[in-house]
Design a protein. Structure first.
Length: 95
């Protein structure tokens, strides 16, 4: 899980990158690289759960974020991560 601090002032350059960030996150969630992405109400923090085998792999994913230069983060390795959506709807298979 990545605990991310965002800048206090969200300038025009930051805001211009938000649509690209949303597209990137949607793509990574679609291929299940990211399993959760949460923004604090005051927009000061993000929490991201990335499915990876190593810290290097996590850094590789983070480096693709359009907003990475605005982020200060700390990586927390998790033993496990449960999501309610994982328990309700099983993955669909065409086989």
């Amino acid at each position: 899980m990545i605990d991310i601090d965002l800048p206090e002032e969200l300038d025009e350059d930051f805001m211009a990158l938000v649509p690209a960030q949303r597209l990137k996150i949607n793509k990574l969630m679609g291929n299940r690289t990211i399993s959760s992405y949460s923004l604090a109400l005051d927009r000061s923090k993000l929490w991201v759960t990335i499915n990876a085998k190593s810290g290097t792999e996590v850094m590789d994913v983070l480096s693709t974020f359009p907003l990475i230069k605005y982020m200060k983060f700390h990586i927390h390795e998790l033993m496990f991560h449960h999501e309610a959506s994982m328990l309700v709807i099983p993955p669909f298979s065409l086989n």
